[in-house]
Design a binder for this molecule. Sequence first.
Ligand code: OOG
Ligand code: NI
Length: 468
Amino acid sequence: MPALRADADEIRTLFSRAMSDMYRAEVPQYGTLVELVNDTNRETLRQHQQLRASLARSDELERLGVERHGAIRLGRADELRDMRRVFAVMGMHPVGYYDLSIACVPVHATAFRPIDDAALRRNPFRVFTSLLRLDLIEHESLRAEAEQILGRRRIFTPRALELVGTFETTGHLTIAQADEFVREALETFRWHSEATVSLEVYSKLHATHRLIADVVSFRGPHINHLTPRTLDIDAVQAAMPRRGIAPKAIIEGPPRRDCPILLRQTSFKALEEPILFRQANETMAAGTHTARFGEIEQRGVALTPKGRELYDRLLASVRQAGAAGASARDYDSELAERFKMFPDDWSELRAQGLAFFRYSATSAGIEACKRHPPPSSLDDLLAAGFLRYDPIVYEDFLPVSAAGIFQSNLGTDQQQNYAARSNRAAFEVALGAGVHDEMKLYAQAERTSLEQAVRQLGSPHLACRAMA
Ligand code: OOG
Ligand code: NI
């Protein structure tokens, strides 16, 4: 009998569960945060039946409990390439390019995540993956030293890479191989309380940029946070102190709204953890390192390029007004004020082409269309109640927010001035592949849903006309 095959969605779910268990054991505050988020989500769903119904229609209720993202930082181009191969086994592909040099963080990044609707419904696990840019470090001898240290490490176990090879040649893993793969892959993300460098080298790297010390001084890219998805981030932010967690001052992203857009995020401060450093004379020296933190997020509707342009413009105007450096209360009210320009009504968001939606045929529509030919324009179909639309959730990240998350955990004293030097081409060469364009993915999801819905109403010709 042939061995049973594991599908990519199953492997991803196994992996994200294993990662969550590992992080919960290593960082107990993460477990507390997950409990708080689960309690809040339960309460929010109880109070908002419409939200519950909409999430149920988009198959998002099921995924809510397992949904989370993580983040890692890599040091070498070939690490990024192999990471892409490892994530491919779990059905996760690079989407988007994020240049963090704009925020004085010497990395660029992508998000590995599932890309098709069915896979996203099963488990939308994502990993924000940064690659250190040593080219942004001016100090030449330090750059050479960092390169040399990074050059010696192997972040994947030989067996993990072997199983990736099996997947690439046969197109699948058996269930037994998948279990082994998850165990082996997990090793790469584990925390190491022993550094690979001496305390002196660590301090030198740290003085240049804390992030460089974090990437260069260890055997592998420890997962630095795991983020559950909440349905009410303000409620969780307010409740954190009562459970002994101290959140950062402001929530990144758009303000609170009736119709949530994109992504709002907040985090708790990174922990100072004991580390042993390997000294030149082979003795060990005790020190600490601060890298791991907790984060929560609330996801809203994905914006079209037009909507995103408006979001970026409004956010920039708040930050230019200097509110980012002001008190949290000033920042929040300034943000809310400026975003009054952004329609906060589902039908306006749709009519103005600011956000992406998933269409579905209503049962009343299906019944009616059996008796009479349906109206042929999209607006008429909606007005007649034959079609319904629900927001398509934003599955990606936001560079300005990511910069804020990075910085709150690096300490705001570090303000190197890297000119914005986005280098997507170099990133894709390192990755060994192009990154997917998230806008195309959302547009396609919207188009497919409309085609299906219109077909369900019984007229294949309608599809082309409704979309025109
Ligand atoms: C990644 C920070 C970005 C997010 O949610 O925007 C991020 C990091 O600190 O490595 O995770
Ligand atoms: Ni994050």
